[in-house]
Design a protein around this ligand. Structure first.
Ligand code: 4AD
Ligand code: MG
Length: 432
């Protein structure tokens, strides 16, 4: 029996006859030789097809097979430091399942719109392969991190009756006789779950009907949201920095090849160690006031250029805490030492990527929270269940939300979040 081996496991099979199953990535031929690069999803291996070693039909057919033809090849596996990947297969048998011509994505440069239109095929490119594998490692790291610390994963619903992060970015969906909204955040449900289970996290798709066309915004993105009972802003800041350092360390350990494909500067990632620098909003505002390029006005939220100025000052993510209450959500607890501020934190990624985490301690007082809901003109009736959490055993509690795509884009060193999700949804794009 000849063993089917994935490219990623080839090194355990040197000297054996193996079969690889995949797609033709590249073919170059000279005379009696074809050099076929085969990708199988786990990597790419060079296969040498010498005319005298294979059935004549196979040699002939391979010569006509175009990029992305589906193909299986069998032969002796050799170590060869000159071959891309370090191995080569001397082919003796094979089969072309489908011979393809005219694959739409060639190694030449294509425009971004063309590539997005062909995202279902673009997934097969080396760069996308690397990014998606980093994304996978980030997700696994997140689950490991929280599991090791005793957090319970509790999934929040996607159809919701009310807003969490403000009414201007809600997607409405007809829901029988009512209107439902696609969730903007699982937080309110995570709070309920934290009162039931102590330390929890939700992790799933969230939706924002944002008209923004920036490189940081998607209409559908994945958010990780831990929530802890009996916790404060300080606890959340510590958790956030430990988690980010852990995620980066895991990616460095498990996705070196992929980071290499992306030409990522590893020294920048190796510096991501806790503790991270911290700035209060007031301190950050002072830095911006002194910066010649900033148009920031005290009291405003930071715009993308402000965040870039701030994060460029540090070699690791920076925690900005205690923003003015006017620019933050209704559920955030006020700072007892300065009630004009919230007990909140935004984490700005390094290298100018902007906000990757937003979090806070939550208002745990029933009357104050009810007042906030009224101030923000939110429908009181839809929040009765949430207010119950302050009626029955209210405790200090806190949590945050991490945007998965912004985190992946930051770690990969890519410009735009649309490449950090398999099928991006933006204001102009619903297909494929
Ligand atoms: O700061 P946000 O809006 O916070 C919340 O939703 C809180 N309820 C989270 C919590 O405390 N449980 O969003 C959190 C993160 C942002 O820091 C950003 O990384 C990401 O979600 N994010 C987006 N990512 C891509 N596209 C968008 N349109 C995003 N909006 C937010
Ligand atoms: Mg935010």
């Amino acid at each position: 029996m000849i063993e089917v081996v994935t490219v990623e496991r080839l090194k355990q099979h040197v000297g054996q006859t193996v079969c690889v199953r995949g797609w033709l990535y590249n073919l170059s031929s000279k005379g009696k030789l074809h050099f076929a690069q085969v990708r199988d999803g786990t990597g790419i291996v060079q296969c040498v097809v010498f005319k005298n070693n294979v059935p004549p039909e196979l040699f002939e057919a391979l010569g006509h097979a175009g990029q992305e033809s589906s193909i299986t090849l069998t032969g002796l596996l050799r170590e060869d430091p000159r071959a891309p990947g370090g191995f080569e297969i001397d082919v003796t048998q094979g089969e072309i399942l489908q011979s393809v011509q005219g694959y739409p994505i060639t190694p030449k440069e294509h425009g971004i719109e063309y590539l997005l239109e062909h995202r279902h095929l673009w997934l097969r490119s080396r760069r996308t392969w690397a990014i998606l594998r980093v994304r996978d490692a980030v997700i696994t790291a997140i689950r490991r991190f929280f599991d090791e610390r005793g957090f319970v994963c509790v999934d929040s619903p996607i159809f919701t009756p009310n807003a969490c992060e403000g009414t201007s970015t809600l997607f409405e969906v007809p829901y029988f006789e009512q209107t439902a909204y696609l969730t903007q955040s699982g937080q309110l449900y995570a709070e309920a779950a934290a009162m039931a289970l102590g330390k929890v996290y939700t992790f799933g798709p969230t939706f924002r009907a944002e008209k923004s066309k920036t490189r940081r915004h998607l209409t559908e993105f994945w958010m990780l949201e831990p929530e802890m009972a009996y916790a404060t802003l300080e606890d959340v800041m510590k958790l956030a920095e430990e988690m980010l350092a852990y995620i980066v360390a895991q990616v460095l350990e498990r996705r070196r090849v992929e980071l290499g494909v992306l030409e990522r500067d590893l020294s920048k990632l190796e510096r991501i160690q806790a503790p991270f620098p911290r700035l209060s909003y007031d301190e950050a505002a002072k830095i911006l006031a002194e910066h010649p390029e900033s148009t920031f006005k005290y009291g405003d939220d930071f715009g993308a250029p402000d965040e870039t100025i701030l994060s460029n000052r540090f070699d690791r993510p920076v925690l900005v805490h205690r923003y003015p209450k006017e620019v933050k959500a209704f559920y955030m607890k006020r700072d007892p030492e300065d009630p004009s501020k919230c007990l909140c934190v935004d984490v700005l990624g390094s290298e100018g990527v902007g906000e990757i985490i937003g979090g806070s301690q939550r208002e745990d007082d029933l009357e104050l929270l009810l007042g906030r809901i009224r101030e923000h003109q939110l429908p009181e009736s839809a929040f009765q269940w949430y207010l119950d959490l302050r009626r029955y055993g209210s405790v200090p509690h806190a949590g945050f939300g991490l945007g998965l795509e912004r985190t992946v884009a930051w770690i990969c060193g890519i410009e735009h979040v649309r490449e950090a999700i398999p099928f991006p949804r933006t204001i102009y794009r619903l297909t494929p």
